[in-house]
Design a protein around this ligand. Structure first.
Ligand SMILES: [Fe+2]
Length: 238
């Protein structure tokens, strides 16, 4: 089994104003023994090859990905370029693109029933045919996990695999929520294993203190909105 986390944000994200770069995240992923990760910026594909080379040099597979939005509803797309993502304006576009790309493309529904942000909500069922997997979100308490349970029920009904991710917007939460996959550390093998449900979820409950730190302290006081970081000083702006 290899350890993966396919939903994380970094300072390169145009919306979040986070205080660490993809390279910092890669260093931490290596330290924590991850085999593969994906940086899923909001509507922006991280494309600087130097970041991918850096990960490769450390023995980590960095999967090209994005957290894309269709009519205000988020979907995680893997193995995609910015150019291709820009062509996708609707779920029907995504459906056609899926047919074009086949198993090369992986599509995951992030935190689908969480009320905050841009979750799929009822679109989860309407668009279920275009999804490969559903995410078990990290933000759940030992005494409150209703949103994930709803997602799990839909996954079961529609025979969709479930993966756990951190949706990290900070380094301190990264490493607690992830998926163990029965796969080789290659993109094709990981995609196939996820589709076959050869996964084991690691997603312990967070604490109320964690929620306060994530949703109040970091969100309102520590992020630098509008500031975009780069992993390498002379990185061309996208
Ligand atoms: Fe996200």
């Amino acid at each position: 089994m290899i350890k993966i986390d396919l939903h994380m944000h970094t300072g390169e994200d145009p919306y979040d104003g986070l205080r660490y770069t993809a390279v910092h995240l890669i260093d931490k992923a290596v330290e924590l023994g991850f085999a593969a990760i994906a940086v899923t910026l909001h509507c922006k594909v991280l494309e600087d090859e130097r970041v991918f080379d850096y990960a490769r040099g450390k023995g980590l597979l960095l999967i090209r990905a994005v957290e894309w939005t269709f009519h205000g509803r988020d979907v995680l797309l893997y193995n995609i370029t910015q150019r291709d993502a820009d062509r996708l304006q609707s779920f029907d576009d995504l459906r056609a693109y899926r047919r074009e790309r086949g198993d090369d493309l992986l599509v995951v529904a992030p935190h689908p029933w969480y009320p905050a942000g841009h979750s799929l909500g009822p679109e989860l069922v309407r668009q279920i045919d275009v999804l490969d997997a559903i995410e078990y979100a990290q933000m759940h308490l030992s005494w409150f996990d209703r949103f994930n349970q709803r997602a799990l029920a839909i996954a079961k009904k529609h025979c969709k695999p479930v993966i756990a991710n951190s949706d990290a917007h900070n380094l301190w939460m990264f490493g607690r929520h992830y998926t163990l996959v029965e796969a080789e550390p290659t993109q094709a093998s990981i995609f196939a294993a996820i589709r076959q449900g050869k996964v084991q979820l690691v997603s312990p409950p967070v604490t109320v203190r964690d929620c306060f730190r994530m949703l109040i302290l970091e969100h309102f006081f520590l992020r630098k909105r509008g500031k975009v970081l780069t992993s390498f000083a002379d990185q061309p702006s996208k």
